[in-house]
Design a protein around this ligand. Structure first.
Ligand code: XMP
Length: 513
C-alpha cells in the first residue's frame, strides 16, 4: 500500500513487534514477514530496507531458522539485530560461537565510528543485551563499529555489502538511544523520507475498500470499542450507507453504554445502523449459570446466533468487516515454520465468516493500537470511545461472581460508573490501563443507620500494563479510593463494603472470572 516499506524478517524474537512499532514511530511503514520470505516476494514489495530480527535459536544448530542468503546481495540495506546480526555475519564468512559469559541486561557500549548507525551519538551509550552467542571472529571484510566489555563486536558493518549488525537490542526502551540508531538506519542508510502518516493511511485505505467492496454491502458487528468503531468509520467513509452496522445490546454493558454508542454513531455518521435489544435473551440463557467458562461460551454462542439472524435480514451482503489489529495478525504468522510470508486472515468473531459465506474486510490489520487511536481522532470519533479502557466481550457477566440477574447487573453498573467517574475526575483514567468494579455477592455484615445490614461487596480493580499479558495493580491515591468507596457505599443500594484488589498478573488475572 505504501511505497516506502521496511521489512522485518522474523526469526522468532519476542521483540519483533517492538521493532515494527519503533520503525513506524520513526514515520516509516514497516511490516513483519516470516524469515522464509522468498526473493521474489521481497522484490514485489520493493522495500527500502530490511531488518533481521533476533530469535531464540543459535545460528550454528541444525534446525536454526534461516533466510535466503541471497538477500545480502539484493542491494537493499540490511540491519541484523542479535540473532539477525549473527546469521548475516555467518553468511558473510564470520564465525559465531557460544559466548564465554551470557550477556543479559544493560551495559555500556563504546562507539568506534560515529558515521552511519551511530551518527551524533557520542562515544558511549547504554545498550540492552540479551544473548548467549557472539561473533567470535570478525574477518577483514567487516568493520567493528562498537564494542562492550563482553562483546568486542557489538556493532558491525560489512565493507562491500550494505549489511549492518547490532548485537544489542535497539528496539527496547532499555537502550535509550535505540530509536536514534533506528532513525539513522532508516534515514541515513536506507534513504527513507518518512512518509508514513495515519492521514495518508486513511486515504489509501478508503481507496482500497472502494475497490474491494465496489457497490456491494458490508456488515460489521459494532461493539462500541475503539477497534470496531474505527474500522466502521473508515469503511463508512469509503462506501457510506452500503455499510450496515449491527449493534447488539446484550444487557451486559456498562451504565448508559448502549445509549451512548447509538447516539454517537447516529449523530456522527450517515450509517445504516441496526440495533438489537437482546437483554432479555441473554439473561434467560445465563440464568443460574455460575461457571465463568460456561458464561463465556453461552454469551459467545448467543452473540453469533443474534448477529447471524440480523445479518440474514440484510439483503445482498457480501463482506464482513472486522476490527482486527496487527498484533493479532502477527500472532498468526509462522515465524520460521511456514513456507511463505503470506499472512493468514484472522477471524476474531468466532466462526462467523464461514457460516455466512462472507469475504473479510479488515482495514486495521496492519495497525497498532496507538495508530488506531490516532486514526479514530482524525475520523472524528469522540475521545470517550478512543481512550476507553478495554472491555471484554462477555461484559459484566464475568464481573459478577456467581449468578447473573438484572438486579445484580444494576448494582454493578452503578458501582462501576462511580469507579470510572472518579478516575476521570482525578485525571487518572488515561494513566491506568484498565479499571472496573467487580460484584462479589458475599453477604457482608455492616451497620447502616441503626440497623444491621447483610449485603454485597464491591471490589475495585485497576491495573497498569502495556500488553495485558502481565499487569501490576495501580497505586491509586488513598483519597481517590476513599471517595470511590464512600460514594459506592452511600449511593449504591445493596453494597455495604468496598475492597481494593492488590494482586498482580501473574499469578492473578485482570478479570476476576
Ligand atoms: P485476563 O483476565 O485474562 O484479561 O488477565 C486480559 C485482558 O483480556 C480481557 N478479557 C477478555 N476479553 N473476552 C474478551 O473479549 C473474554 O472472555 C475476556 N476475558 C478477559 C480483559 O478484560 C483484559 O483486558
Amino acid at each position: 500500500m505504501n511505497n516506502e516499506t521496511v521489512l522485518i524478517l522474523d526469526f522468532g524474537s519476542q521483540y519483533t513487534q517492538l521493532i515494527a512499532r519503533r520503525i513506524r514511530e520513526n514515520k516509516v511503514y514497516s511490516e513483519i514477514v516470516s524469515c522464509q520470505i522468498t526473493l521474489e516476494e521481497i522484490k514485489k514489495i520493493n522495500p527500502k530496507g530490511i531488518v533481521l530480527s533476533g530469535g531464540p535459536a543459535s545460528v550454528y544448530t541444525k534446525n536454526a531458522p534461516i533466510c535466503n542468503k541471497e538477500i545480502l546481495h539484493m542491494d537493499i540495506p540490511i540491519l541484523g539485530i542479535c540473532y539477525g546480526m549473527q546469521i548475516g555475519c555467518q553468511f558473510l564468512g564470520s564465525a559465531v560461537t557460544p559466548s564465554e559469559k551470557r550477556e543479559y541486561g544493560k551495559t555500556i557500549c563504546k562507539i568506534n565510528d560515529n558515521t552511519n548507525l551511530f551518527q551524533s551519538l557520542g562515544n558511549e551509550i547504554t545498550v540492552w543485551m540479551s544473548h548467549g552467542d557472539q561473533i567470535s571472529d570478525l574477518p577483514e571484510q567487516f568493520i567493528s563499529l562498537a564494542s562492550t566489555a563482553n562483546s568486542p563486536f557489538a556493532a558491525i558493518k560489512h565493507k562491500s555489502s550494505n549489511f549492518y549488525g547490532l548485537q544489542f537490542h535497539p528496539e527496547v526502551t532499555h537502550t535509550p538511544d535505540g530509536q536514534k540508531i533506528l532513525y539513522n538506519f532508516l534515514y541515513n542508510i536506507c534513504g527513507c523520507s518518512g512518509n508514513w502518516k495515519t492521514g495518508s493511511f486513511i486515504k489509501e485505505s478508503v481507496e482500497g475498500i472502494k475497490k474491494q467492496a465496489g457497490n456491494k454491502r458490508v456488515i460489521c458487528a459494532l461493539s462500541g470499542g475503539v477497534d470496531s468503531s474505527v474500522a466502521a468509520a473508515i469503511i463508512n467513509k469509503a462506501i457510506g450507507r452500503n455499510l450496515s452496522c449491527i449493534f447488539v445490546d446484550t444487557g451486559l454493558l456498562r451504565m448508559d453504554e448502549a445509549r451512548y454508542i447509538i447516539k454517537t454513531f447516529k449523530d456522527n455518521f450517515d450509517i445504516d445502523f441496526h440495533f438489537v435489544d437482546a437483554k432479555e435473551r441473554f439473561l434467560q440463557k445465563l440464568k443460574g449459570v455460575l461457571d465463568p467458562e460456561e458464561k463465556r461460551k453461552i454469551i459467545g454462542h448467543e452473540f453469533i446466533a443474534i448477529f447471524t439472524e440480523e445479518a440474514k435480514r440484510i439483503k445482498d451482503v457480501e463482506f464482513l468487516a472486522q476490527g482486527t489489529l496487527y498484533p493479532d495478525v502477527i500472532e498468526s504468522i509462522p515465524a520460521h515454520g511456514g513456507p511463505t510470508a503470506s499472512i493468514k486472515s484472522h477471524h476474531n468473531v468466532g466462526g462467523l465468516p464461514e457460516e455466512l459465506g462472507l469475504e473479510l474486510i479488515e482495514p486495521l490489520r496492519f495497525m497498532f493500537k496507538d495508530e488506531v487511536r490516532e486514526l479514530g481522532h482524525e475520523l472524528g470519533i469522540p475521545d470517550e470511545i478512543i481512550w476507553q479502557h478495554p472491555f471484554p466481550g462477555p461484559g459484566l457477566a464475568i464481573r459478577i461472581i456467581g449468578d447473573i440477574t438484572f438486579e445484580r447487573l444494576e448494582v454493578l453498573r452503578n458501582a462501576d460508573k462511580i469507579v470510572i467517574d472518579e478516575l476521570k475526575r482525578s485525571g487518572l483514567y488515561r494513566k491506568i490501563s484498565q479499571a472496573f468494579a467487580v460484584l462479589i455477592p458475599l453477604g457482608s455484615v455492616g451497620v447502616m443507620g441503626d440497623e444491621r445490614s447483610y449485603e454485597n461487596v464491591i471490589a475495585i480493580r485497576a491495573v497498569e500494563t502495556t500488553d495485558f499479558m502481565t499487569a501490576d495493580w495501580s497505586e491509586i491515591p488513598y483519597e481517590v479510593l476513599r471517595t470511590m468507596s464512600s460514594r459506592i457505599i452511600n449511593e449504591v443500594k445493596g453494597v455495604n463494603r468496598v475492597t481494593y484488589d492488590v494482586s498482580s498478573k501473574p499469578p492473578s488475572t485482570i478479570e476476576w472470572e
